[in-house]
Design a binder for this molecule. Structure first.
Ligand SMILES: Nc1ncnc2c1ncn2[C@@H]1O[C@H](COP(=O)(O)OP(=O)(O)OP(=O)(O)O)[C@@H](O)[C@H]1O
Ligand SMILES: [Mg+2]
Length: 509
């Protein structure tokens, strides 16, 4: 390579996938100019100012004192470059091209980070994704801001070199003072702390439904009057779930990293996301100019709680249909679309009518029949069809509320759920399937794994036609029944399991 030309590697993030970008700097004789070419967005064009000041304040010769034409080219040219993570690579390539640092092998290294005017490095989004990219390409080292290095240390691959300032990097490259690399560390799963289910008095039916939902990853809708404890129950669900596995931690953390939400750590717990009903479609489903993961992707491997379900915009509820079915969301862009993972358990709550007391045995409902109808109609049939468990959460009686809490049973319950989940994981792994819980089974998987005892088969035939269920509803019953059987560690699905699955599915209306 001619001495006035240098090439350093950086990376671009597209959704949660990263790809390598070459940053080339060329110096030419001519009037002073500093141009960035190669489909760069505005934040990237501002790199000129940041890099210029950072160089000046790090004790090296900045471009402004140099009466030469500087061209920064980002290749490949057909990939749109966004964000500020190119600053460090541009600075290093410039220093190489101007001969201010010794030449070294740049092919097996990645340089990432935003520069402050003082030469300090600021964290960027996507470091975990970049570390996975480096591993895939067998790169040796990644130079990145310290917080990002701590975030990416759960990926065993390239060596992570935390760079606090441009100056420390220069000293490292000149071998004056070497930076200590960030050590790889195995992720340590943590239990998500929600509300302990023992704090909830009574509501035995709802607790049983939550247990089944937690054990098999089933979506659940709770309907009931104000103050009956629906929001409380939803938060109890997440504390019933076993901590995530190492793979699940990495799987969810890379989405959070791409969204820039990991602040020098990784996601050790199962996520619990509870967006408000006024949140925008892009915030919940994902998207925007530079597509970002939405709430449904941030809830990947965890729980998405939609409280007051009918208050959410109709378009939004309809947009949930595809991800609920496939565990992924497609986000359309100008020319292409990207796909993000979104495998979550939906927990939703609603009042049965605008006043909240429709169907209450004692308290009178103040809504007209039409108002009740309109309110319930906000949630479409196809969406309801994707929710395996529908329950009513009735108003509590004082005697039940005053009953003492029983915290002993919580641990027992958690252990049962955990055993049921392990059974499922092992079953699917042995079959070579890439799913973890019964709720994720396709209809084909259902027939394969939800083997019915002969009596159960007859029961299903008898009840199915009478219950006016859709074909999807049929498979959903099978899945829920399988989970109930797994909770009892029963190899076959029996009549009792099916009967309970029906009960959990059919709403009293
Ligand atoms: N079963 C219960 N055990 C203990 N406390 C309860 C129970 N049900 C309700 N509460 C208490 O009542 C409060 C309200 O419950 P919560 O917010 O869960 O009701 P909700 O059904 O979501 O009501 P809304 O329909 O108005 O949203 C809780 O903060 C809790 O203190
Ligand atoms: Mg509530």
């Amino acid at each position: 390579m001619p001495p006035h030309l240098a090439r350093v590697r950086a990376a671009e993030l597209d959704g949660i996938e990263a790809r390598l970008i070459d940053v080339e700097v060329d110096l030419n004789v001519g009037l002073h100019a500093f141009n960035i070419i190669g489909l760069a967005d505005k934040a990237l064009n501002e790199a000129r100012e940041r890099v210029g000041s950072a160089l000046k304040n790090s004790g090296v010769k900045p471009p402004t004192k140099d009466n030469r034409k500087i061209t920064v080219n980002l290749a490949p040219a057909d990939v749109k470059k966004t964000g500020s993570q190119y600053d460090l690579a541009i600075a290093v390539a410039y220093l190489l091209a101007t001969g201010q640092i010794k030449h070294f092998n740049t092919d097996d290294k990645l340089f990432l980070g935003e520069l402050g005017l003082d030469g300090g490095l600021r964290p960027v989004a996507g470091s975990l994704n970049f570390a996975m990219l480096a591993k895939q390409h067998e790169l040796k080292e990644i130079f990145l801001p310290p917080a990002n290095a701590r975030e990416a240390k759960i990926i065993f691959g390239a060596r992570l070199i935390p760079v606090p300032t441009l100056r420390t990097l220069l000293d490292h490259l000149s071998e004056e003072t070497l930076i200590t690399p960030e050590e790889f560390s195995e992720p340590k799963p943590l239990q998500t702390e929600g509300i302990d289910i023992s704090e909830i008095r009574g509501q035995e039916g709802a607790k049983r439904a939550l247990t089944v939902a937690a054990a098999g990853g089933h979506n659940i809708l709770m309907s009931g009057p104000p103050g009956s404890g629906k929001s409380m129950l939803a938060q109890a669900l997440v504390s019933l779930l076993p901590p995530p596995s190492t793979e699940e931690i990495i799987d969810a953390s890379r989405i959070w990293s791409a969204a820039g939400l990991l602040d020098g750590s990784y996601l050790a717990t199962r996520p619990f996301r509870a967006p408000h009903h006024t949140a925008s479609l892009a915030a919940i489903v994902g998207g925007g100019q530079n597509p970002r993961p939405g709430e449904i992707s941030l809830a990947h491997r965890g729980v998405l709680f939609l409280d007051e379900l009918p208050e959410f915009h109709r378009d939004l509820l309809e947009a949930l249909r595809q991800p609920l079915e496939s565990g992924r969301v497609n986000i359309a862009r100008a020319k292409t679309s990207i796909t993000l993972p979104a495998r979550f358990t939906l927990v939703s709550a609603m009042n049965p009518c605008p006043c909240g007391y429709w169907g209450d045995p004692e308290k009178e409902c103040r809504c007209s029949a039409y108002e009740v109808f309109r309110y319930q109609k906000k949630i479409s049939g196809p969406l309801l069809d994707r929710i395996d468990i529908h329950i009513n959460v009735p108003r509590m009686k004082i005697d039940e509320l005053r009953r003492p809490a029983d915290s002993r049973s919580t641990n027992e319950l958690k252990a049962r759920i955990s055993r049921a989940r392990t059974l499922q994981i092992n079953r699917f792994r042995e079959a070579g399937l890439d799913i973890l819980v019964n709720a994720e089974m396709s209809s084909k998987d259902c027939e394969r794994f939800a083997a019915l005892a002969p009596a159960a088969d007859k029961f299903l035939k008898d009840v199915f036609d009478r219950s006016l269920l859709s074909a999807r509803g049929y498979y959903r019953i099978l899945k829920t029944a399988r989970t109930i059987a797994d909770l009892e560690e029963s190899p076959r699905t029996e009549v009792g399991h099916l009967a309970e699955a029906f009960q959990l599915r059919v709403r009293e209306e």
